[in-house]
Design a protein around this ligand. Structure first.
Ligand code: UN1
Length: 496
């Protein structure tokens, strides 16, 4: 890779270097290589970004939505053209294997393209009036300045989910990315810049959540906040956003179950859980962190899974033959290792893994062996989000117990069931408490043209992606057009 680059903030269409700021760097979690350096933004920087976004709002709002869509389409084309380069940057900065690094960028392409098309829809509704010669309809209008605060695990895709949806609706944006994947975020911003977005429409402020994020959340000019991250931070964002009566969209954790019944195609279920639990080193909100297995097939499935995972090649994620890369940061590593200790202490049976990998190249990065615990439902490792390559396996006696266990956690993002029984599959759709249910497929791998989000502590009811993404970023205006040329009184002039 070329020399580490030094980035400023992107405010009002220009890369700027405010004087006297501290800087921070991002590093490759595989080997510690320095990647790029960034400004640790302060409150003044967040203020300047909001000022630019507020100023740009009037013109962007009145730009016809299909023209906004053309700019998004150009951004999508650029993401496509640069997919390989960006995929490599995702892998270098975040540590997911290169196929998934490319997948992250592909998800960006898919979503930005999809939202570009939304520029020719942004549909309202037309409904009948109770009065003569009167039209009733709704139109969508943007909210204003939107703050997009994003995590590191999908460092191009999740920013794009938020930014593209906000922009197509006519909002202007201040984007505050996770610090450890700020290079991916800067690349996203450069792409929109090259696509010809007018100045001030997208602004980029790096820095800590406590400083930059806080300033954005409390700024009265910010009308909506879209946040993906941990549940405790999310709760604080919600409470503080509520004080300003802002729309707050939250995408928080998960403790996603894969249920395997005794009639399941076990080879398929095995492939599913392998990808669902250990893809992205388990660092997806949708990752399979619980395998709930019918007692009749429990030993058979678990033995095969352990054997499969023990053959995993854990190493440099840029090597296409690697099955699993490192976790994303030192913080992640210590959090995951502490959960492994908790698992051991609470008496879970460690079937494989359970250690930091050391020796040779491992010593330069944050590598954890893929870990499988047999445990009973209710232990901490079986109900708390770990966000790493740690799978808890729980034995159940039938479908009813499987669903009970699956639902008995504070989260409800994704869920999956493997069965050939069509009735039980449909019952699972009805009964699993989750925003997403997969039948005979793993808990990861949502597609952008469908809503994404969850129930319980996973969020506050909103959904990203799909056509409903525009709900978060628009106000509905209800319009009555009376062409009767006389005063008509709703609820009073009845039956005429
Ligand atoms: C996330 O982990 O927050 O469904 C997003 C999936 C991906 C998105 C995950 N398409 O696994």
């Amino acid at each position: 890779m070329s020399e580490p680059r030094s980035y400023g903030l992107f405010i009002d269409g220009a890369w700027v270097e405010p004087a006297g700021r501290q800087r921070f760097s991002t590093r490759n979690p595989t080997n510690g290589d320095l990647l790029a350096s960034f400004v640790a933004g302060e409150k003044d920087d967040a203020d300047a970004a909001v000022t630019a976004a507020a100023r740009a709002f009037a013109a962007w709002r009145s730009t016809p939505a299909p023209h906004r869509g053309e700019i998004l389409l150009r951004a999508a084309e650029l993401f496509r053209r640069n997919k390989e380069e960006l995929g490599v940057i995702v892998t270098r900065e975040m540590g997911k294997v290169i196929a998934e690094g490319r997948g992250d960028v592909q998800e960006s392409i898919d979503f930005v393209e999809y939202m570009a098309g939304e520029g020719r829809r942004l549909a309202g509704e037309t409904v009948p009036s109770e009065l003569h010669h009167k039209f009733c309809l709704t139109v969508r209008q943007p909210k204003g300045v939107v703050a997009c605060i994003t995590p590191w695990n999908f460092p191009t895709a999740i920013p794009n989910w938020k930014i593209a949806a906000a922009l197509i609706c006519g909002n202007t944006v201040v984007f505050k990315p996770a610090s450890n994947t700020a290079l991916c975020a800067a690349k996203v911003v450069e792409t929109y810049e090259q696509a010809g977005l007018p100045k001030g429409v997208l602004n980029f402020v790096t820095g800590s959540g406590g400083v930059v994020g806080s300033a954005l959340i409390d700024d009265p000019r910010v009308r909506a906040i879209s946040f993906t991250g941990g549940v405790e931070t999310g709760r604080e964002v919600y409470v503080r956003g509520a004080k300003g009566l802002k729309m707050v969209h939250l995408e928080l954790g998960g403790k996603n179950p894969q249920i395997v019944l005794d009639d399941a195609d076990l080879a398929l279920a095995l492939e599913g859980v392998t990808f669902g639990a250990f893809g992205t080193s388990g660092q997806r909100c949708t990752a399979t962190s619980r395998l709930i297995v019918h007692e009749k097939v429990y030993d058979q499935l678990l033995d095969r899974l352990v054997e499969r995972v023990e053959r995993f090649k854990v190493g440099d994620p840029i090597d296409p033959t690697t099955d699993m890369g490192p976790v994303a940061s030192a913080d992640q590593e210590s959090k995951v290792l502490s959960y492994i200790e908790i698992g051991k202490r609470e008496g879970a049976k460690l079937r494989t893994g359970g250690t930091k990998l050391t020796g040779g190249a491992y010593d330069r990065g944050y590598f954890i062996a893929p870990t499988i615990f047999e445990t009973r439902h209710g232990t901490r490792i079986s109900v708390e989000e770990i966000f790493g390559p740690v799978l808890s396996v729980v034995k159940v006696k039938d479908y009813a117990e499987a669903v009970k266990v699956a639902n008995d956690v504070p989260y409800g993002l994704s869920s999956s069931i493997y069965t050939r029984d069509v009735n039980l599959a449909f019952r699972a759709i009805e009964e699993l408490e989750a925003g997403i249910t997969y039948i005979n497929a793993p808990t990861i791998g949502a597609e952008v043209q469908l809503p994404f989000g969850g129930v319980k502590n996973t969020g506050n009811g909103g959904r990203e992606a799909g056509s409903v993404a525009i709900e978060e970023f628009t106000e509905i205006k209800t319009v009555f057009i009376d062409f009767s040329a006389r005063l008509q009184k709703a609820q009073i002039d009845v039956g005429e």
